[in-house]
Every structure is written in C-alpha cells, then in structure tokens.
Ligand binder design. Sequence first.
Ligand code: FAS
Ligand code: PHB
Length: 389
Amino acid sequence: MRTQVAIIGAGPAGLLLGQLLYEAGIEAVILERRTPDHVLGRIRAGVLEQGTVDILDLAGVGERLHSEALIHGGVEIGTGGRRHRIAFKDLVGKVVTVYGQTEVTRDLMDARAACGAPSIYEAESVELHDLTSARPWVRFVHQGIEQRLDCDFIAGCDGYHGVSRRSIPAEALSAFERVYPFGWLGVLADVPPAWDELIYADSERGFALASMRSEKRIRCYVQCSLDDKVEHWSDARFWEEFKRRVGEDVAARMTVGPSIEKSIAPLRSFVVEPMRYGQLFLAGDAAHIVPPTGAKGLNLAASDVFYLHEALAGYYRGKPREVLDQYSGRALRRVWQAVRFSWWMTSLLHRFPGEDPFFGRIRGSELQYLFQSESSQKALAENYVGLPL
Ligand code: FAS
Ligand code: PHB
C-alpha cells in the first residue's frame, strides 16, 4: 500500500489529524492496534477548550457537539469547607465546553467512515522503518498477514505506550518527567450532577473532582495512593469518600448510583523534545503527558495535530520544507505552557504524601491568594480556557 501520511493510532490525535488532512485533500491511512469498541471504551477527558472546539469544527465534526455539549462559564475551587468560583466569562471573556472524549472520538470515527478514508483496526506489530530517508515505510500484521505501507510522512499518534516514540534513537531525544506520588480513581455513573459547574476540592483527606458528561451522567474522581487498586474500592466506599471531600452541601444534596466505569489513572508530567525525527512527527500523548488536573491532555493533542496538519498542508502546497521544521518548536511552546499549568494546578490542589510542612503552608497560602486576588484568578482562567492557538 502507499499513502502520503501514515497515522499510527486512532485515538483523538490520530482521528482528528486524519480528518484535518482529509479536509485539506491529503491522503492518510490510520493504523490502530485495538478495535473501535476498545478505543471508545476508554473513559478519559471531559473538558474542551474553545480552540479545540474550533479545530473540531474545522475538521467538520462539530455538529453533535454543538447540539449536546454543556457550556460552562467557570469552575469552583474548594478548600477548608469554602468554595470560590473562578468566573472565566467575567475574567477573560471565554468559556469551556463539557463534552466527553468518548463522544469526540465517536464523532471522528463516524466522520472518517462517512468519507471513506482508510482506517485499519487491529493492526498488530506495527514497526516504523527508514524514518530519516525520503521514503519511510510501516510494517504491520493484519488478520495474520504481514503488510507494508509506504508513505511520505508518519504521524506518531499512538499515545504514551505507543511504538512511535520508541522508534526514535534515545540519543536523538531529550525527555523531561515528573511522576506524582498519587493517582486519580475515576467513576462514571448515570445520575444527574448536584453541581452546575466542575468542583476541584482540596480537603484534609485528599483531592476530589466533581465533573459530568451531561445533565444525566457524572464523572467523579478522588486522589488515591499509587498502590491502590480498583478492586479495593466498592461503589459504596468511593461515594462515601467522595462525599467527605467534595463539601458538605454537595454531599447532602447529591444522588449516587452504580459505577458504569471505574479506573485508576497514574499522574505524571512528561515531555519529549523534539517532537520530530526525520519524517516521523509525534503528536498528543505520544509526545507528552500531563496530570488531568488542568484538563489539558486532550486539548494538547488537538493543538498538536492542528499545527501538524498546517505544516503538512503547507508542504504539499509547495511551501519550503522549513514549514515542516517549524512544527516541533511551535507545538512545544504550547505544550510547556500546558505542562506548567497542569503541574501548578496539581501542586496547588493535592496533599503530597510525606510532604514538608513548609509546602503545606505555601499551598494553603497560594489558595488563599487565589481566593482574594482577581489577578490570580485571571491567570488561572486564561490558562484553563486555553491560551491562543
Ligand atoms: P491516546 O492514548 O488516546 O490514543 C493512542 C491510540 O494509539 C490508542 O487508541 C492506542 O490503542 C493506539 N496505539 C498504541 N500503540 C499502538 C501501536 N503500537 N500500533 C497502533 N496503534 C497503537 N485528559 C484530560 O484532559 N482529562 C482527563 O480527565 C484525562 N483522563 C485520562 C485518564 C487516563 C487513564 C489516561 C491514560 C489519559 C487521560 N487523559 C485525560 C489524557 C487523555 O485524554 C489523552 O490526552 C488523550 O487520550 C490523548 O489522545 P492521543 O494522543 O490520541 O492518545
Ligand atoms: C473529566 O470530566 O473527566 C475531567 C474534567 C476536568 C479535569 C479532569 C477530568 O481537570
């Protein structure tokens, strides 16, 4: 087989890149290791920046989002039994869109099927070859048969555990990492939210987040230890702990229900530089991971592929190859802004096991300053709603 761009991975990054390239008249083949149902079964992000919504519109997949998504003009930050609303709309004139990653992925899958662009699911043993030559190619096995895909470029959209980043010689990359000493235990339940906007709660017992997917489905998280296991947490135990952290007023009025999904996500900050090696371009979680506290992971995947599609479209329209050389630097400038913000939100709202009491006081003071300073609230707001693309 031959195509212009081989995309590895059919998560949000790979699928969104595929649609942006299709709209630009550029051929691409997506190779995905799993089945569509497996990809859709992963419960991940829930908050979209305006820039991400604009990119989804550009890709022609915004219709259902605009009819079903929730628009939020702020979030609440709670600590010590008090909560303060960060009013995005009043502070920076922008809002965020609450629409699950699962729905974004479903919309992208439907759009790709409708335009007939090729995606190969259950593509096994993907290997990337001749990345620094003018004719890179991909080997994979599909339905037991070895296949070869020749291409001009490869987009590594295969996530943190994918093959793309691992195909780059270690000496060609610089990695930056911070592993946090806790994780998030997340639960999805079909009950109406007892909150209008997201609540990020710092409590003596640890962090909790009250989010939602719609007016009928909530997504809630509690900070848990790194050696915690999902099987240690019955629904009853989860809801009791969540109620003890989220705030008495919310606990008193909320309804709970059986979990339809329950999973633990470890928290880490991770970035590789550069996001390119020869004809291989990394995008999304393949290049960087952020703790979900800043709701940036999915949004960064969108901005990466927006920049990559602009670089590839420029090249195929005859611009000098330098347009490709600019991708990594352009993407990394935005990545590091989001990594910083996600690290700051995580440090602000989580009690680190065995932390130096000094940092406990610094964190309390930072929260106090946030509650009383419009400038501090404005800084949080402009990062949360998304910096300009
Ligand atoms: P993805 O990991 O989503 O997709 C990569 C795709 O590549 C997968 O479908 C995988 O099967 C495929 N693949 C992997 N190896 C392959 C190979 N060798 N060959 C072919 N295909 C291969 N972000 C938020 O903003 N908020 C959150 O609350 C949040 N929660 C998260 C919870 C968890 C457990 C995880 C892991 C991430 C979470 N994220 C969250 C971040 C998440 O939303 C990612 O940012 C987003 O999925 C990034 O999309 P992709 O880059 O497409 O990577
Ligand atoms: C979610 O709804 O899953 C969600 C929302 C905001 C975050 C993290 C997760 O910061």
